[in-house]
Write a protein that binds this ligand. Structure first.
Ligand code: MV4
Length: 509
C-alpha cells in the first residue's frame, strides 16, 4: 500500500481523506494557506506544509507548488478532494509525470467528463437517454432553428460549464436571441471549450445521481442513487439516499446503464453520473469525475467506505465487492451546514465562539471546525456536514431534527434554521421535492422562527461564557489532542495491534 499521501485540499474533505489514510496505515501530508494556519486539517495530518497566500491561485490551485511539496515529502500519491484541482486533467497529468499516483480518474477521462457535449455523446452510445438537444450551435440562425425544432422552453448551455454555470432559459424566440448571445459570451469568457448547445427545458425536475466505483482491472459497480433536489442557486443543500422517487427495479436498470456508460469511457476510481428525473424518465446531465460532498450518505446506506476504496483502486487493487454484494440498508440524509445569513444566504466569516456537535444513534458529523476557529472569507461557506441515518426515511428525518436541535454553533450565523424549516416542511416530509423546492415553498417565515430560537440560545450562552476563552486556550486544547495522539502512535508502532491480537489469541489456546 502507499506509505504517504499528500492531500491537496482543506477543511472537512481533507480530514475525511486523512481519516481513511489513518485507517489504512498511510501517513498524510497536509498543505495549508495563510488563511488556514489554525485550520484543523493542518493539525490532523502527520505533517503539514505552508503553501502560499489565502487566494486559492497561490495555494490550493497552485499545481507546481503542490508537486514541489509532494516531492519534498516523498509522497506516493496525491488526493485532490473535491473542488479546487480535483477534476483538472492538467493537474492529474502533472502528478503522473512527476511519479505520483493521482487518486482519481485518468486525465483523458477527466477531459471527457469536463465536456458536456463529449460525455453526452459517449453516454448515448451506452444507451443512456440524454435530454433532447442540439449538437454544437454555429450561429443565431442555427440556435433559432433548433429551439423551434425542440419546442420552447429551451435551455442554452455552455459545453464547458457545469454545476449551473452557463445555463440560460428561453421561453420564446425573443428570449432566445438574448439568451444565445449571453451564453456565447459566457462560454468564451469562462471556458476553454466555448461551444454552446440547446436542450429542451424540463420544468421542476428532480436531481438524481448514481454513484459508481471502478477499479483498473475492468470491474465496475454502482452504489445506487442519491437525490439532491433540495438546492438553491445550484448549491446543493440537502441530499438523501435512496431517492423516494424510484423503486429497486428502476435502481438496478439505471444502475446497469451507468456501469455500461462508465466502462465505455474507461472510467476508473469513484464517480457520479448525474440525471434529471422528470415524468418517470431519467435524462443524463453530466459526469462528476471526483469524490463528491454527499458521498457520505451512500457510505452509510451501503456500508462502503468510498474514500478507502478510492485509495485502494488508485494503488491498483481490485474491487472486493461485486454488484450482488451491494445491499442498501435504511435511509440517510445529509444537511450541508453553511456559515451564512439564514435569510439572505449570503456567506459569513468570523470566529466560532461556541461549538458543540450533535451525536447519538444514527448521527455522523464531518467537519473541519471547532470552537475558536475563524472561518476565512476566501473559501466555500460549507463548514460541516450533518448526516442522519434511520431504518426508514421518517426515522432519518426525526433524527435529523433532533441533531439540528442539539447542534450548537455560536458567533457565526449558519443555515441551521433553514434545515430545521425544511425538516419540518410538509412537502419535504411527504417526499414531494424537486429542484425548485426552495423558491416555491416560501419557507422564509418558518426560517425566521428558528432564527429567533437560535438567537435566544446564544444570548443565554453569552450571559454565561462571554469572553471566557482566548484563541490560544482553545487552540491549545485542539493541538493537545493531536499531540497526545502522536505520542500514542509511537507506542503503537512498536507493537502493532495485530501482534497484540495474535498474542491474545495465543493465550486463549
Ligand atoms: C436543465 C434543467 C432543465 N432542463 N436542463 C442546472 C445545473 C446544470 N448542471 C443543469 N441544470 C439544469 N439543467 C434542462 N434541459 C434544469 C436545471 C436545473 C437544475 C439541475 C440540477 C439541480 C438543480 C437545478 C436547479 C435549477 C435548474
Amino acid at each position: 500500500m502507499f506509505k504517504k499521501v499528500l492531500v491537496a485540499n482543506r477543511g472537512e474533505i481533507a480530514i475525511r481523506v486523512m481519516r481513511a489514510c489513518r485507517e489504512l496505515g498511510i501517513k498524510t501530508t497536509a498543505i495549508y494557506s495563510d488563511a488556514d494556519k489554525r485550520a484543523f486539517h493542518r493539525f490532523y495530518a502527520d505533517e503539514s506544509y505552508h503553501i502560499g497566500k489565502a487566494d486559492p491561485k497561490d495555494s490550493y490551485l497552485n499545481i507546481e507548488k503542490i508537486i514541489k511539496i509532494a516531492k519534498k515529502v516523498d509522497a506516493d500519491a496525491i488526493h485532490p478532494g473535491y473542488g479546487f484541482l480535483s477534476e483538472n486533467p492538467e493537474f492529474a497529468k502533472r502528478c503522473i509525470e512527476k511519479g505520483f499516483v493521482f487518486i482519481g480518474p485518468e486525465p483523458k477521462v477527466l477531459a471527457i467528463a469536463g465536456s458536456k457535449l463529449k460525455s453526452r455523446k459517449m453516454m448515448e452510445k451506452a444507451g443512456i437517454k440524454a435530454i433532447p438537444g442540439s449538437p454544437k450551435i454555429k450561429n443565431l440562425d442555427d440556435a433559432l432553428k433548433w429551439a423551434e425544432k425542440l419546442g420552447y422552453p429551451v435551455a442554452i448551455k455552455a459545453s464547458g460549464g457545469g454545476g449551473g454555470i452557463g445555463i440560460t432559459i428561453a421561453r420564446n424566440e425573443e428570449e432566445m436571441e438574448k439568451a444565445y448571445k449571453q451564453s456565447k459570451k459566457l462560454g468564451e469568457r469562462f471556458f476553454i471549450d466555448s461551444a454552446v448547445y440547446i436542450e429542451k427545458y424540463l420544468e421542476k425536475p428532480r436531481h438524481i445521481e448514481f454513484q459508481i466505483l471502478a477499479d483498473k482491472k475492468g470491474n465496475t459497480i454502482h452504489l445506487g442513487e442519491r437525490e439532491c433536489s433540495i438546492q438553491r442557486r445550484h448549491q446543493k443543500l440537502i441530499e438523501e439516499c435512496p431517492s423516494v422517487a424510484i423503486d429497486e427495479e428502476t435502481r438496478q436498470k439505471i444502475g446497469k446503464l451507468v456501469v455500461k456508460g462508465a466502462k465505455q469511457i474507461g472510467y476508473t476510481n469513484s464517480g457520479t453520473i448525474e440525471f434529471l428525473y422528470s415524468n418517470g424518465e431519467f435524462y443524463f446531465l453530466e459526469i462528476n469525475a471526483r469524490l463528491q460532498v454527499e458521498h457520505t450518505i451512500t457510505e452509510i446506506v451501503t456500508g462502503i467506505d468510498i474514500v478507502k476504496y478510492q485509495i485502494k483502486i488508485a494503488y491498483g487493487e481490485e474491487l472486493e465487492h461485486s454488484q450482488e454484494d451491494i445491499v442498501f440498508r435504511g435511509h440517510a440524509i445529509e444537511c450541508r451546514i453553511n456559515a451564512e445569513d439564514p435569510i439572505s444566504f449570503l456567506p459569513r466569516s468570523g470566529k466560532i465562539e461556541y461549538y458543540r456537535s450533535p451525536g447519538g444513534i444514527g448521527i455522523r458529523v464531518d467537519s473541519g471546525i471547532h470552537m475558536g476557529y475563524r472561518i476565512p472569507e476566501y473559501y466555500d461557506s460549507m463548514i460541516s456536514k450533518l448526516i442522519a441515518w434511520g431504518n426508514t426515511r421518517q426515522e432519518a428525518i426525526m433524527r435529523m431534527r433532533r441533531a439540528l436541535y442539539e447542534y450548537l454553533i455560536g458567533g457565526v450565523e449558519t443555515n441551521i434554521p433553514f434545515h430545521r424549516a425544511v425538516m419540518n416542511n410538509e412537502a419535504f416530509v411527504r417526499g414531494d421535492i424537486h429542484t425548485h423546492f426552495v423558491e416555491e415553498q416560501k419557507i422564509e417565515e418558518v426560517i425566521k422562527q428558528y432564527v429567533e430560537i437560535v438567537k435566544k440560545t446564544m444570548e443565554k450562552l453569552d450571559e454565561i461564557f462571554r469572553d471566557k476563552f482566548t484563541d490560544e486556550e482553545i487552540m491549545a486544547v485542539v493541538t493537545a489532542i493531536i499531540e497526545s495522539e502522536s505520542e500514542k502512535k509511537k507506542i503503537e508502532q512498536k507493537q502493532s495491534i495485530w501482534k497484540i491480537i495474535g498474542k491474545i489469541e495465543g493465550l486463549k489456546h
